[in-house]
Structures are given as C-alpha cells and as structure tokens.
Design a protein around this ligand. Sequence first.
Ligand SMILES: [Zn+2]
Ligand SMILES: [Zn+2]
Length: 338
Amino acid sequence: MTFRGSQTVSTVMESPSIIQDEIGADRVMTDDIFDTTYIKKVDFKPPIKLVWRNVILMALLHFGAFYGLFMIPAAKPITLAWAILCFMLSALGVTAGAHRLWSHRSYKAKLPLRIFLAVVNSMAFQNDIYEWARDHRVHHKYSETDADPHNAVRGFFFSHIGWLLMRKHPDVIEKGKKLDLSDLKADKVVMFQRRNYKLSILVMCFILPTVIPWYFWDESFSVAFYVPCLLRYALVLNATWLVNSAAHMYGNRPYDQTINPRENPLVAIGAIGEGFHNYHHTFPFDYSTSEFGLKFNITTGFIDLMCLLGLANDCKRVSKETIMARKKRTGDGSHRSG
Ligand SMILES: [Zn+2]
Ligand SMILES: [Zn+2]
C-alpha cells in the first residue's frame, strides 16, 4: 500500500498525453481520483454508534427476502419474469445512473434518459442519487481510509452492510463536505428526485412491484409482495454491496497491484458489469468500468444502446496504449497476454 496512487504522475515513463488520459484530466469533475494527501488521525478511533432504525429495517427486509425464496415455487412464471425485470431496472438505476452517469460523469445522458434512470434508481432504494454519488466520490477519492464510507480495510461485513448500520466516521462527513457537487446540484432531475425521494421509493420500490402482478395477472398479494418486491430489492442491494466488499478483497489486480480493489467476474455478473473493480478504481471515468466492453457487462450494453438511440453520448474510454502502459507499470502481471 505504500505506493498507493503515487505512480500516477511520479514515475513517468510514458508521454504526458498518456498520463493525462490515465487520470481523465479533460473532465470537469475529477473528485473521483484517489487523493494521496489524506492523512489518517492515528490515535483517533471514534466509538461505533449503531443506527437502530437501519438495523431493524435491514433485519426485517432480509427475513422477508428469505421467506420470499420459499414463495418462488408458488409464483406464476410471469411474476418471476416481472421480478427479473424489476431487478434489471433497479440495478440499471444504480449502475448506469447513480454510478456511471452521476458519480463519475463517464458519459452524457439526454433529459428523457436521465428521467428514466432517476425513476428506476428510486426502485433500487439505495439513498437518493445526490447522496449516493457524494458517498461514492468520497469512496474513490479516499479509498480504504477512514474517509471511505465503506472502508474495506474494516472487513467484509463492514464494507458490505455494516457501514449502513452505524454512524459515519467523522472523516467521511468532513471530506464529503469538501467535494465539488455543483454538477449534481445543477441537475434538475437529481434534485427533483432528492426532494421527492420518500414518495418515489414508496411507489417505485414497494407499491409498483407488488401491485402490478396482483392487479394485472391475479398473482396472490403475498407472492407479489415477497418475491418481486422484497426478494428482488434485497438481491439488488446485496449485488451492489458485493462490489464494495468482495470486489475489494477477492480477485486479480492486473492494472494496479498497490490498491485493494480487484477484478471479480462473479461480482460483475451479479452487479450487471460492476465487478471489474481494479480497472474501475484505476480508471474511474471509463463509462464501461472494464477493459473488456460487453463481457459480463449488461450496463455497458444498455449505455451503448442508449447511444444508438441518441439518448446518450460522449462515452469516455481509456486508450489501449494507456491501459497497456499502466499494466506494465503497476499491474500484478495477471494479464500477461493483454
Ligand atoms: Zn470500490
Ligand atoms: Zn465508481
């Protein structure tokens, strides 16, 4: 960890244009690039304060989702198809929306697409886009320090769900306040969702997934509530959390072996493309979050489709030369042929 981030500009072997490309210097927003100046307050360890409301709600949700597993055989095939559709839509609201568009500005989206992504983001109920993007930029900028909201150094449980069950470390709050979030504040869709968040999650995450199967194809209310609503919601949450936990612990580091995030294809499958995490933390502004385009990456396919339809543009990519140079300089050698 001693070399963390320091190679970005110091051991310059490549041309300046490659280094510029590596940090995405042409972007307006660069608050997702690792900040090497963070200094840990060594003797300071704040007490853990549980947020009991979240502990109880998360316990109830997971009991409900577990019960939902046993309801699957009783569900009509069309209800299961609906549950999968709800999973995909809510996952896209996080991956293509809160993550790749709003946290990293890795592509541009026209108004109808931004509205769609905000609506399906509410279906995922993972805090509003503004808060999600702020936490995520802090995660990248101060990754694996006390200022990282889900600091993976604190273990699998903390980085997976524990961080949501307790008060934030003061450094997370302090550093979060210093981020430039002007682009989010200027986005009317983001701020509208934030103002109407409670109503939007009630409708999109709970009412709609339950009522549609019950009303349109006579599914029993309890199956509709436990499978497409609770089970689907818990699965999307856990798929997202695995990026913060498993993909920070298990896998190769072909792009930068001095950082913890890893390439984890299983997480990529579950989180529809977000498991190539060593690549993503090395090049956070790449719209594909991966060197390999569509491989295990439904989100990239979705954004490509939106570009074809004229609803998205300006997808940022890292050049092959820059990737190769970075692999040679800081990778663990696991992509020898690459
Ligand atoms: Zn990460
Ligand atoms: Zn990210």
